[in-house]
Structure formats: C-alpha cells, structure tokens
Write a protein that binds this ligand. Structure first.
Ligand SMILES: [Zn+2]
Length: 81
C-alpha cells in the first residue's frame, strides 16, 4: 500500500527530477534544519506548517515538508543515534 510519503515522493519526482529517492530522506523538517542545510524559502511560497517532530534534529517544532524548501540535502535522524 502506498503511504502518503510514497505519494509525495512520486509527485515530487514528476515535478523535480532532482528529488532524492532515499529512505534516509526526512518526511518533515523544521525551518532551522532546512536553513542549516542551505535551503531558502521560495519567495511567495505558501505551505502548511504543523507542530510535530523534525525528522532531522528530533526536536518538537513547526515542521513542513522538505519539498517546500526545494529538497535541501537532509538526512533523517537515526532512532538509535
Ligand atoms: Zn530540525
């Protein structure tokens, strides 16, 4: 069964051939991690942030999808360090 992430990755691949196809790629990222990865918020881009857990730093924060940042180079945080 396709998960929401599969669907998003599929859509992203159609929109952006540079989309990482990687299980280590986070589903959600906070703005701190995205900016640290060198991402810039696209001008006039609108996206929905929600309060959740950042897949990169593991902190509770306002998170959004990496696609909203133009797919910065991010690594999903490992559960066991
Ligand atoms: Zn983070």
């Amino acid at each position: 069964m396709a998960t929401l992430r599969d669907v998003l990755l599929y859509q992203a691949k159609r929109e952006n051939s540079d989309c990482p196809d990687d299980d280590d790629y986070p589903s959600w990222v906070c703005s701190d991690c995205a900016r640290k990865a060198g991402a810039k918020w696209p001008k006039d881009h609108l996206a929905t942030f929600h309060n959740g857990t950042c897949d990169v730093c593991g902190e509770k924060a306002g998170v959004t999808q990496p696609r909203d940042w133009g797919y910065p180079r991010l690594k999903r945080r490992k559960e066991d360090g």
